[in-house]
Design a protein around this ligand. Structure first.
Ligand SMILES: *[C@@H]1O[C@H](CO)[C@@H](O)[C@H](O)[C@H]1NC(C)=O
Ligand SMILES: *[C@@H]1O[C@H](CO)[C@@H](O)[C@H](O)[C@H]1NC(C)=O
Length: 284
């Protein structure tokens, strides 16, 4: 609309441009006389051209209309309306058009406001999105991570474990170092300790947290009490099948990923337990 206005006014003013830009030339249709008519100021439009006896008559633009420049156009221009996910930065007031901007969390992308992108796992926000630009992301450097549980996290360095804690699982690009004290070795404690990892897996792969926890616990029991005990405690295959259906696991591939993850986590937990018990880790 703005461009259109500029083009229109350029064309109109080119027709009879006078030096000061506040007048235009016109031939009186009745007398054939050459006249120099006043233009109408911003906020008004032409009502009637000047004649040899009358000055130009101008009419104010009505509500929702505007003219930005000295003009002799017969109709004021229509104010733009802000579109979806835009807010008014400056309202139309008769002499300036509406100025719109994407609202918080959106940026202008050619023809509409789009949501700011989230950085991919392992990538942090380098520069936050603005109304005019999308989020800029960067791959986290070694020793740094961007918390996948947060919407727009920057890369920060892995935090050091507290003095009474041990490193259970080194941080990756998407989660912090996992630290714990030996007191955390209860089941609830372990879930808490691995929460950043588990919810990270959930966000990235849709790995169902509770299912994963179950798998981890089953493996821990199996490693501790032997396969028979684990099987006995896990009785009820019918129930398990219905549970899987309920969780809507889309494919065997995902299921085997879950098993793989559960294996890894169980192994990490066992290693940590051994360290706490002061015994050398078994080969698992
Ligand atoms: C409209 O707004 C512009 C910029 O904010 C200002 O310069 C101008 O005087 C205003 N016009 C009217 C008619 O209020
Ligand atoms: C470590 O010790 C605790 C309690 O003393 C015991 O329950 C657990 O099974 C032990 N873990 C390993 C891996 O030896």
């Amino acid at each position: 609309m703005f461009l259109f206005t500029v083009v229109l006014l350029t064309v109109l003013s080119g027709a009879g441009q006078a030096a000061d830009g506040h007048t235009y030339r016109r031939t009186d249709p009745v007398t054939g006389q050459q006249l120099l008519c006043d233009r109408c100021p911003p906020g008004t439009r032409l009502g009637a051209h000047c004649t040899s006896s009358c000055e130009t008559s101008c009419v104010p633009c009505g509500p929702g209309l505007y003219t930005e420049f000295w003009n002799y156009i017969p109709d004021c221009l229509r104010c733009d309306a802000c579109s979806d996910h835009q807010r008014v930065v400056r309202p139309c007031n008769g002499t300036v058009n509406t100025v719109c901007e994407c609202e918080a969390g959106f940026f202008w992308d050619q023809h509409f406001c789009r949501t700011h992108s989230q950085c991919k796992p392992g990538h942090g926000v380098k520069a936050a999105g603005t109304p005019h630009r999308d989020t800029m992301c960067e791959l986290c450097a070694d020793g740094h991570f961007a918390d996948v549980r947060k919407m727009h996290a920057a890369c920060v360095s892995h935090s050091a474990c507290k003095t009474d804690e041990q490193l259970v699982m080194p941080g990756s690009r998407w989660h912090d170092n996992v630290c714990a004290t030996c007191d955390h070795l209860t089941l609830k404690g372990l879930v808490d300790v691995f929460e950043p990892v588990l919810s990270g897996l959930h966000i990235q792969y849709g790995a169902p947290i509770e299912r994963l926890q179950k798998l981890v616990h089953r493996r821990l029991r199996r490693k501790r009490f032997g396969k028979r005990a684990a099987l006995r405690r896990d009785e009820g295959p019918v129930h398990e099948t219905s549970e899987e259906v309920h969780l809507n696991l889309p494919s065997i591939v995902e299921e085997s990923n879950l098993n793989h993850l559960a294996d890894r986590i169980a192994r990490i937990i066992l290693r940590f337990q051994h360290r706490c018990n002061g015994s050398a880790p078994l080969t698992l």
